[in-house]
Design a protein around this ligand. Sequence first.
Ligand code: HEC
Ligand code: HEC
Length: 378
Amino acid sequence: MKAIQYMLVAALALMLFGGTAPSSAFAAGDPDEDAPLAALGKVPDPPDNVMTKEKIELGKLLFFDPRIGGDASISCADCHDPKNGWADPGEVSRGYPGTIHWRNSQSIINSAYLSKLFWAGSSKSLEAQAKSAASGGVAGNGEFDVMEARLALIPEYRKRFRKVFGDEWPLLFNVWRAIAAFERTLVDTNTPYDQFMRGNKNALNAQQKAGFEIFKGKGNCVECHNGPMLTDEKYYNLGVPRHEAWADDGLKQITFRFEIYAKGANEEMYRTVKDDPGMYFRTKEEKDKGKFRTAPLRYTKYTAPYMHNGAFFTLEEVVDFYNAGGGKNEFDKNKTDIIKPLNLSDKEKADLTAFLEALSGKEISMKPPELPKYATLK
Ligand code: HEC
Ligand code: HEC
């Protein structure tokens, strides 16, 4: 009898708690639990690619050098221009000569803090990302052996690669590492918001404070935009609408078709799809169509237009979009039910926009460095 009673209790516990004790379900360190809002801490410095002054300087040269690319005309900095928030100002980015990119260029300010890169999170590190950017068909379009041969004929690079990495000849593997080290210096950690979160109660003005309350309360932005980077790094379909310019631009549609095909969608999708399937490309699951990574909100004062397809030109327009409960696209059967009309007044919308602006510090400007020249081998 005792044994049967025990089994019943155990079975009941299993039904109720799925086999885990109730107290552990929300314990600290739970991967599903969102990180609290906080000031931005120190930048990650991975042990297998530690930052040194010489490596950062080399990475800066390479970031601005168009010879890391196909026809030596387009560098990382051309699409991540310091003067445009370290991004491209178009609704979708410029592309490799002869193409237009299919997505909005992201800023690289603070991307060192993200665990997955790109709008749909397809790259795992800055090192891996740099390699795919330099070689991708509508970005750098560089051929690996050609890029490496170019570096070998630039004495200044030979000298620097030897000093930083011990390379006899510059290795592309180390190009990506140097660029990543440079990117890890591009951070914005002292915004009015950071100062406020570190305890300076005067760092936000009254309007920004009111906006912060809406962000956490009535606006429910914090449900997805949380942690020090203001992103949960999860994926949602908000119903971001198609950009109106898309319909009239052959070049944009060519890249769009190319990407759909290259990423392995079926023939039917290749012919008919008009909105970006986003996360679907990584999982090939119907439910992931139209989902994108919750965008980090830092430095956005300088990075208009917004969203993966540049659908909105101002932060005001973004706030209007959320206030209306999001929008519509062809995958909106997957639209998240977290997004609902907010009924914000004009004052509340202005307050929220003012708060968003407090997530950016001073503009980070940088002059392009003078690039080292070729010299033939004697
Ligand atoms: C032709 C324009 C273009 C060039 C050249 C280019 N990028 Fe990008 N970059 C983009 C676009 C567009 C995206 C977003 C693409 C996506 O999500 O599919 C992006 C995304 C990124 C991201 C991800 C940021 C985030 O928030 O996830 C990083 C980092 C980055 N680029 C670095 C580089 C580096 C380093 C180079 C040079 C090796 C480079 N890019 C060259 C246009 C470009
Ligand atoms: C359900 C999760 C979710 C909620 C809630 C949410 N966002 Fe977002 N946010 C996202 C995602 C996902 C994106 C990227 C969408 C895309 O490009 O398709 C985004 C993008 C943005 C961008 C554009 C950033 C850029 O660099 O382009 C801004 C600004 C923004 N959100 C502000 C807000 C504000 C303000 C609120 C509250 C009113 C809010 N978000 C609520 C998930 C969310």
